[in-house]
Design a protein around this ligand. Sequence first.
Ligand code: FE2
Length: 303
Amino acid sequence: MTIPFRYKRLGYAALNVTDIARSTTFYRDLVGLAVSESGVDFTALRCSRDHHNMLLYQATEPGLKRIAFELETAADLVAARRHLESLGVDVSEVDAGERKRLRIGAAFRFRVPGCGVCIEFFTQLMHMALPYVPTLAKIERLGHVVLNVQNFDKVLGFFTEKLGFCISDQVPGFAAFLRCYPNPLHHSLAILTGTDDHLNHVNFMVSDIDDIGRGMNRMKRANVDIVFGPGRHQPSESIFLYFLDPDRMTVEYSFGMETFPEASAREPRLLEPRPEALDLWGSVPTPDFGKVGVIEQDEKVSA
Ligand SMILES: [Fe+2]
């Protein structure tokens, strides 16, 4: 199937949190994001010139509200909508009032069959007058979101065959690391098998390996649980540290990632399913790793 639109990048992740003040403090004072706006129906946090790269919503249970991808142009957004509608996917416009609050241009949302995760496609995200100034860690960007899903093949098939994601690497039947073509990053999204559907983790990429070590000690001092690492992933070759946010959702810092050219990219590798694929350094995730975070399944796709 020809995919008639192009991605620019992973734009932002929206999380549901049970105590928005507590989580805002955590993401600002321990992770190192900057608050660009709070007091509306969400808290907007950023690690770039964008108005937000993460949104926190007050909710009764912690989880993933939606994942938003920026498409290259307005024409791509129109083409993507037409493409999804032709596939019979229920697409809903983000209304003008919400787009204004979100500081985005045009946008629509839909749910992924098989796991129900809400995906937003948008163009334009308000460029802030002042740059993001790293305080605790040199965060480069929101890196990726990882999901556990029961219907692994169905969800993976939808992302690759219908939404145009490319598999960069996979552990057959267990994990697929997906890039939003033609974005060069090894993965902006990954799908893992699960006994239910839930958020596994949200990642922030840092530009200095010292941020991993400093982050580890900062989290330890604040009694934040470290649930995996520091270590080095085989698939993306990145050095990582995973820790828990106040709702016990898993957050990752990572340093380094393979990038892919738009044309003539290497074929995806089939990785052997053994612990070394997860960490070449031999650390093992704790039982709390990647467990908390329901995928919001509300009827209404617009907030
Ligand atoms: Fe990750």
